[in-house]
Design a protein around this ligand. Structure first.
Ligand code: BGC
Length: 707
């Protein structure tokens, strides 16, 4: 029925109206009575609520809900087609939740879904019905500023994160039930930007594309995502904004996507301005729509050139109709025609703040804890120092557009509120920080403006002035506890030895400082696990856990380096902290992996049978802990080189002191097989190693066989 209605609308649309429908224009809070003239003139399909292209790097005017209502009323009256209001609601709206990369380190995707559900409630209450999120770019290079916007280096974490985000944002499925459309970005491979330099080229093999870059998108599409944003980068020398193979054959043909695709900001015209792929803007517009880019964000090239492209036959009206049809179908399925406005949206800000804090607490990773110095007692007298002791804004991270400043505190604010005894040293570098204290807490980190879009860096080491401060702190002879508020993975080098304990916090959102303090004092248990590798040195990058087996050596990540063929002569090539790593304040021991059946017939696995494993996890310490069991697979012999470990299962359990819990994992076809270059999925007979423990380098292993 909805489809009939769409066909009817298309039949009655003029060419100008169709061109408007495939165009998105910017609305930055201008006077509504003035702005409606653009709706009259252009008849746009969507408005993007952003003041600048790099919205995340600028303070934004907040969305005016009542303006959107007026604009929607006008659009419905004048065009008969409601608008999609798109906005970069990335990891929060009023309340900032931790950055995506930080959330991913919780390994708790039920909680991630709840957070995105909360974000949805806040955004739709302002009238936003479409978010340019989640960002699903798999990335192995921490120099890339945008690594913080995505779920990290692992395709499985990407799959789990994608599902959680889409389910949270689109909860209720229709406008009537309060859903907000998710937009998967950036399709595809943007995270492979060479050298971590933003907007540069990428070179991805078909095998890697299928097995590493596409899984998160597949998962999001299977879970109901209806819009996709094309990425700036190109694959095989073709910019994705004009790449028919990627945007149509792969996205629609292989992944079964049937929604619509929007370009990235100005990306269509960039094919002529920068990429040398089109001779002028007009040519760019033709190439983009013919490749499968249904809506133009920012550049207005469809608006300016589509009519002439159709007249000349370079674009057929059927191609334009198909793009319009896809956009209208999404609007129709989303129930926007019947319900162009959200009704009675309300939410409890305090609940969202509490949720943001819980998410942050679960995301904080304990990297080091010599002599069990943490958690601290509130009776301790603490020497507090470092640039992040008083920092507020950066906890909310990049892309926090409508954040409420009053909600974000610094570590000092929380210490004051909790009446924690501390001596503050707001020092300049030349002064020696001397403390009459029991320990020093040094809060280091990176400014949020050093992260996100167009914020790549060439060196991911601890900044020099922070190292100098750390060394001065160490000279007090007191235990030094590092709070590392870096949103991206950094290279700690030998500086790791200067810390007695380290909490890696990321940019942890509106309640980041509260979460840091509750983990520091043991009100919450540390339970984060790294969704990326922490390198020793910048020069090791890229270093990631799921690399393919090598030649003349297996892979130094797993300690298999042959001394005759070291990866580097001058330094180690092992990670400082591997993917999946994170400590607890207690001690967790993983027992032998048991399985009732270690051989299953190929046909039975094809028909859905699974290997089942159980592991007993014992908390041998004297306080409760949260265990995060991770199951990794290695296909030992296959027709392609396979990753040495591949995460395929996560189980979480809170375990009391001295208690044990049995964890069960199931692995089936999807976990044991892989994609070929053409997008087909195969499972091959043979042996598989299965590892279960608390990091990618765990050695607790069993072997199974598909016969
Ligand atoms: C970014 C996108 C973002 C868009 C709209 C672009 O520059 O790459 O991630 O959604 O701007 O703000």
């Amino acid at each position: 029925m909805k489809i009939d209605r769409v066909e009817q609308i298309i039949k009655n649309m003029t060419l100008k109206e169709k061109i408007g429908q495939v165009t998105q224009i910017g609305y930055s809070g201008e006077d509504v009575d003035e702005f409606v003239k653009f709706i009259d003139e252009i008849k746009p399909g969507s408005l993007i609520l952003a003041g600048t292209a790099l919205a995340g790097s600028e303070e934004q005017r907040s969305v005016q809900g009542e303006n959107l209502v007026k604009l929607q009323e006008y659009a419905v009256k004048n065009m008969g087609i409601p608008l999609l209001f798109g906005r970069d609601v990335i990891h929060g709206h009023r309340v900032a939740f931790p950055l995506a990369l930080t959330m991913a380190s919780s390994f708790d995707f039920k909680l991630v879904e709840k957070c995105f559900d909360a974000v949805r409630q806040e955004a739709v209450s302002d009238g936003v019905n479409w978010t340019f999120s989640p960002m699903l770019d798999m990335c192995r290079d921490p120099r890339w500023g945008r690594i913080v916007e995505g779920p990290g280096e692992d395709p499985y974490i990407g799959e789990c994160f994608a599902k959680a985000a889409v389910k949270g944002f689109q909860k209720g499925e229709t406008v009537e039930n309060g859903a907000m459309l998710a937009c998967l970005k950036h399709f595809v491979g943007y995270g492979a930007s060479e050298g971590g330099r933003d907007y540069t080229q990428t070179d991805i093999s078909d095998y890697s594309l299928q097995n590493e870059y596409l899984p998160a998108f597949r998962s999001a599409i299977e879970n109901g995502a209806q819009t996709v944003m094309a990425s700036f980068n190109g694959i095989n020398g073709v910019p994705n904004s004009g790449n028919k193979k990627i945007m149509t054959d792969v996205l629609r043909g292989q992944l079964g996507f049937d929604g619509f695709v929007i370009s990235d900001w100005d990306a269509i015209m960039m094919m002529s301005e920068y990429s040398g792929f089109a001779k002028d803007k007009r040519d760019s517009a033709g190439k983009a729509i013919n490749a499968g880019i249904d809506m133009d964000m920012g550049g207005k090239v469809y608006l300016d050139y589509m009519e002439s492209l159709i007249e000349s036959g370079e674009v057929s009206e059927e191609v334009l109709d198909e793009a319009v049809r896809r956009i209208l179908n999404v609007k129709a399925h989303f129930g926007l025609f019947e319900h162009p406005f959200y009704e009675n949206q309300s939410f409890d800000l305090d609940e969202h703040l509490a949720l943001s804090q819980k998410m942050a607490e679960e995301s904080i990773v304990l990297l080091k804890n010599s002599n069990g110095i943490l958690p601290l007692s509130k009776e301790n007298r603490i020497g507090l120092m470092g640039p992040f002791a008083s920092e507020r804004r950066s906890h909310a991270g990049c892309w926090s557009l409508d954040w409420d400043q009053s909600l974000v505190h610094s570590i000092e604010d929380v210490f004051d509120k909790e009446e924690i005894k501390y001596v503050n040293s707001d020092l300049r570098l030349r002064e020696a920080p001397q403390f009459n204290a029991d320990c020093i807490v040094i809060a280091l980190g990176e400014d949020r403006l050093m992260t996100g879009e167009a914020c790549s860096v060439g060196n991911v080491s601890l900044p020099e002035e922070q190292v100098a401060l750390l060394k001065k702190a160490k000279r007090n002879g007191l235990p030094v506890i590092g709070i590392l508020c870096f949103a991206r993975p950094i290279a700690l080098e030998e500086n790791i030895d200067l810390f007695d304990a380290v909490l890696y916090t990321g940019h942890a959102g509106s309640r980041g400082a509260e979460a840091i303090c509750s983990v520091l004092f043991g009100d919450a248990e540390p339970q984060g696990r790294l969704p990326y590798t922490l390198p020793h040195y910048s020069g090791q990058i890229p270093v990631y856990y799921n690399s393919l087996s090598g030649c003349r050596q297996i892979n130094s990540y797993y300690d298999d380096e042959d001394p005759r063929f070291w990866s580097y002569l001058d330094t180690t090539s092992k990670p400082l902290f591997p993917f999946g790593y994170g400590l607890s304040y207690s001690n967790l021991e993983y027992g032998e992996i048991k399985t009732d059946c270690d051989k299953i017939k190929y046909e039975d696995i094809e028909n859905g049978e699974k290997f089942v494993f159980t592991v007993t996890v014992k908390n041998t310490g004297d306080r409760k802990a949260v265990a995060v069991g991770e199951a990794y697979v290695h296909d030992t012999v296959a027709s392609r080189m396979r990753p040495l470990r591949q995460l395929r299962g996560i189980k979480r359990a809170e375990i009391g002191a001295g208690k044990s819990v049995e964890m069960t994992f199931e692995l089936g076809k999807k976990d044991l097989g892989f994609y070929l270059e053409d997008g087909s999925f195969i499972l091959e007979k043979g042996e598989f190693e299965v590892y279960i423990g608390e990091s990618s380098i765990c050695t607790n292993k069993t072997v199974i066989e598909v016969v």
